[in-house]
Design a binder for this molecule. Sequence first.
Ligand SMILES: [Fe+2]
Length: 155
Amino acid sequence: MNAIELKAPPYPLDALEPHMSKSTFEYHWGKHHKTYVDNLNKQIAGKDWENKELEEIVLASWNNGSPTPEFNNAAQFGSGWAWLNSDKSGKLSISKTPNAVLPVVEGKSPILTCDVWEHAYYIDYQNRRPDFIQTFMDKLINWDMVSQRYAAAQQ
Ligand SMILES: [Fe+2]
């Protein structure tokens, strides 16, 4: 059994059609995302991190800003993403992150994110990133979940 599991989305892969296709999920989640999970499991096999939660591995491998090789695979899900964050007082901020950096390493709680790397939208939108972002904003955000995360960030 692998230490870190590739978690399936909490809905069928075609649930967001026509706004995001099953094919996008099959490639973005089933191939790109899976590769990072598989590579992280190879890196942590037989080490103390094998029995840790993913967020613990992200924070430990961040290594106070001098990331270890494991950080790239553990946190890569944040590379090129745009974030809406909350701090413990409820103050909101928007950020973007390079090279797998996640808001959690800066002590912020992400409550909404949009992956704007090409693999997140190229099958359905080709080079039309603004169309993807507009559809994301208009059709795909679960605001109830964002509200729940916002409340949790302040506890
Ligand atoms: Fe991505």
